[in-house]
Write a protein that binds this ligand. Structure first.
Ligand code: COA
Length: 259
């Protein structure tokens, strides 16, 4: 299958998906969402695919977030439906019966960090950077980030990152347990491939069952995802969200007023 915003390659049962908008740091716009959803379906339906890697084009970014240009003028309800759309696609990744891992090759911010966290585990290059900087835009993560960050690194560290917008480097991400390995950039894809080549020799049904059982630990938090959708939508009703996103697009500092 071919995609307008993704490059794909199938070799040795490993399907490598490269988000390909390097001039916009691979920001997630509507087209990327549509393509990602189809690619995850392809992973499920194509028997030749045993596992997958998601990475970003270029040397700078995995994904620098949701495409902020698409936020302008959204209402609360439209914001909620955007969050629901993102959450639905990321649930499909998380619930894939075949392993999908993130090879984080640079900035993984906002929706990019959320995408990486929806994957089954993460490998980072030494120049990778992680964060949920939505608070700088008068926003919160909407694609499951408030939930998965808390699951992966614990509440205290998660809340600090969510409310400070701080960006952490790859070695801190490793220390926090957000990523499993940090390797030099040039070795990132190779490392991901070597890990998946071993996984690909294991029993597919047992792999699927392992993923399902591990995901089940967090089932009871599913209300948190609904809370996130509401809170994300409510941000779109605030002056601060308009100010924050305009300031980013106008390349200036935001002046928040608490309304
Ligand atoms: N949405 C839309 N466009 C984005 C984007 C995003 N999330 N992130 C980067 N871009 C665009 C920039 O607007 C710029 O486009 P232009 O060349 O047409 O002006 C291009 O990608 C390159 O980004 P730039 O900001 O010039 O690179 P930088 O090296 O100076 O800074 C970042 C890199 C990642 C620190 C910065 O791009 C950034 O803060 N991005 C937004 C991160 C964010 O808030 N994500 C959460 C969104 S909910």
């Amino acid at each position: 299958m071919s995609y307008s915003t993704l490059l794909t390659n199938l070799e040795n049962g490993i399907y490598t998906i490269t988000i390909n908008r390097p001039d916009k740091l691979n920001a997630l716009n509507k087209e990327v969402f549509t393509d990602l959803e189809k690619a995850v379906e392809e992973i499920q339906n194509n028997a030749a695919i045993k596992s997958a890697i998601i990475t970003g084009a270029g040397s700078k970014a995995f994904v620098a977030g949701a495409d902020i240009t698409e936020f302008s003028g959204l209402s609360k309800v439209q914001g909620m439906s955007l969050a629901k759309r993102g959450q639905d696609i990321f649930f499909k990744i998380e619930n894939s019966t075949k392993p999908i891992i993130a090879a984080v090759n640079g900035f993984a911010l906002g929706g990019g960090c959320e995408l990486a966290m929806a994957c089954h585990f993460r490998i980072a290059s030494d120049n990778a950077k992680f964060g949920q900087p939505e608070v700088n835009l008068g926003l919160i993560p909407g694609y499951g980030g408030t939930q998965r960050l808390t699951q992966l690194i614990g509440k205290g560290r998660a809340i600090e990152l969510l409310i400070s917008g701080n960006i952490i480097d790859a070695s801190t991400a490793l220390q926090y347990g957000l990523v499993n390995y940090v390797v030099p950039s040039a070795e990132l894809l190779n490392k991901a491939i070597l890990i998946l080549l071993v996984i690909n020799t294991k029993a597919p049904l047992a792999i699927a069952a392992s993923i399902k059982a591990a995901n089940a630990v967090f089932n009871e938090t599913s209300n948190g995802y609904a809370t996130e959708i509401n809170a994300f939508g409510e941000c779109f009703d605030t002056e601060d969200m308009k100010e924050g996103t305009n300031a980013f697009l106008e390349k200036r500092k935001a002046n928040f007023i608490g309304k």
